[in-house]
Design a protein around this ligand. Structure first.
Ligand code: SAM
Length: 294
């Protein structure tokens, strides 16, 4: 059994996860290999086999996650034979049967997606960030991701109407309502479930790295300093960097040794002081090879 601490573990995540203790992780945030898409770089899984491949991993993730924890799965279905494959939708249904709650779906809007033209669709500018939990009540720190209210505050709140001063109940009787005057004197507002971030692939030596801000946003939303974050498909170590910046413990798992090496170098370059810590001059991070590369 592995002790939970900052580490990058090299191996197939299905094997490595089985060596992590039960209910030891506060947040899992990851971007798994997409169906077939990257078969020339790090191996792909056929779209039709994706759910069967992922479910045993999801079962291990469910075991290691604390009951108050969250699992954020960054994924997007690919196009097969001119239409979107349904494996992500099938995976959501299968994971619900496995006992997960599909609590929310966030959208990562890629602000700088490649320009292009296809005969039957427009360029793809977003990916899913599926939010699964084990319980209805889970840890969430919404204030940590508040955003500046911006110009809206100056224009909309300058002249308040009668309605703005009272609770304005929904006209379709949904039970929802709003009181605009509640926002007077505030500088920050809660964000939406669309996260607008540019991609950052170019310089990470990994063809599918997500931007540091993506895991960072979910880490701030679902954990506190000192909490444990797991990325079972660590790739170039973006989640490790986010955790180091935010003072969270990161357990990263990656199958390919060259990506572990990249992750280690990126982390060292991003925050060198974090590698030699205050913990009696020991490396905070350890690279632990547990089996040969597959
Ligand atoms: C989409 S990439 C993750 C990229 C990562 N988010 C980053 O920012 O660099 C998926 C990674 O999962 C790794 N991988 C694929 N199958 C794996 C497995 N069974 N166990 C562990 N890692 C695996 C691949 O080598 C690849 O680096």
């Amino acid at each position: 059994m592995f002790e939970i601490r900052n580490q990058m573990l090299q191996g197939d995540c299905l094997d490595v996860l089985s060596q992590l203790p039960d209910a030891s992780i506060d947040l899992i945030v990851t971007s798994p290999p997409y169906a077939d898409q990257r078969k020339h770089t790090y191996g792909g899984i056929h779209a039709d086999a994706y759910v069967d491949w992922f479910l045993p991993i999801a079962a291990q993730l469910k075991r290691v996650l604390k009951p108050t924890g969250s699992f954020v799965l960054n994924i997007k279905e690919r196009v097969v034979d001119g239409e979107r494959h349904t494996y992500v939708l099938e995976l959501i249904i299968a994971m619900r049967k496995q006992g997960w709650r599909w609590t929310e779906e966030y959208v990562w809007h890629k602000r700088n997606c490649y320009p292009g033209k296809w005969p039957n669709r427009f360029r793809d500018a977003w990916e899913r960030c599926l939010h699964f939990t084990l319980e209805k009540q889970f840890a969430m720190y919404q204030d940590e991701v508040r955003v500046p209210m911006g110009d809206w505050k100056n224009s909309r709140l300058r002249n308040l109407s009668e309605t703005d001063l009272q609770r304005d109940n929904s006209r379709v009787q949904s039970g929802f309502g709003k009181k605009i005057a509640n926002w007077l004197g505030r500088d920050l507002a809660y964000p939406t479930n669309v996260v607008h971030l540019a991609t950052e692939c170019g310089n990470q030596k990994h063809s599918a790295a997500f931007p540091v801000e993506l895991p960072s946003w979910f880490i701030r939303l679902f954990t506190q300093p000192g909490d444990v974050v797991l990325d079972p498909f660590l790739g170039s170590g973006t989640t490790s960097i986010a955790c180091a910046n935010l003072d969270r413990v990161c357990v990263g798992i990656e199958k390919q040794s060259e990506y572990i090496e990249i992750a280690k170098n990126r982390l060292q370059a991003a925050s060198p002081l974090n590698l030699f810590t205050m913990r009696e001059n020991q490396y905070l991070y350890e690279i632990v090879p547990i089996q040969g590369e597959k």
